[in-house]
Design a protein around this ligand. Sequence first.
Ligand SMILES: [Zn+2]
Length: 163
Amino acid sequence: MAIARFWRETPRRYNLGGSRCTNCRTVYFPPRSVCPTCSTHRQSIGKLEPFQLSGEGEVITYSVVHDAAEGFEMQVPYVVALVRTREGPTLTGQVVDVDPHTVRIGLKVRATFRKLREDGRAGVIHYGYKFAPADSGGAAPAPRGPRGTAPVAPGPGAGAARA
Ligand SMILES: [Zn+2]
């Protein structure tokens, strides 16, 4: 029951709900209430709207962790990557379902909902997003149709341009 409560209290951590400035179209995660990109910040007050990130992106840098932090002992070695999402924001997260040595810059990944760590003393289990390869890189079965998924394409006007 504690899990369900945790879910309700911090939904944004799981569904990657960010915000987008309707003035300059910049996407933020975690969501912001004021856009720092707009030249005059007052312009963006009240201009941010909820925005759902797709969870798709690619690895822009990463490191293989061999020395586990407390609570992560069962998982070494593991990969922590900085992922640039399709919508723009960069997220830090563990990359799972992949041989740590095959992770590379440019790897297409997809956010997935996983257990992050377990606090034995309090009996609290924390959940949040991790990343898994968007293309089935080998071990992990890919439960999807024959058409697969659309490639992550930085379409025209995909938020990169800033005046
Ligand atoms: Zn803005």
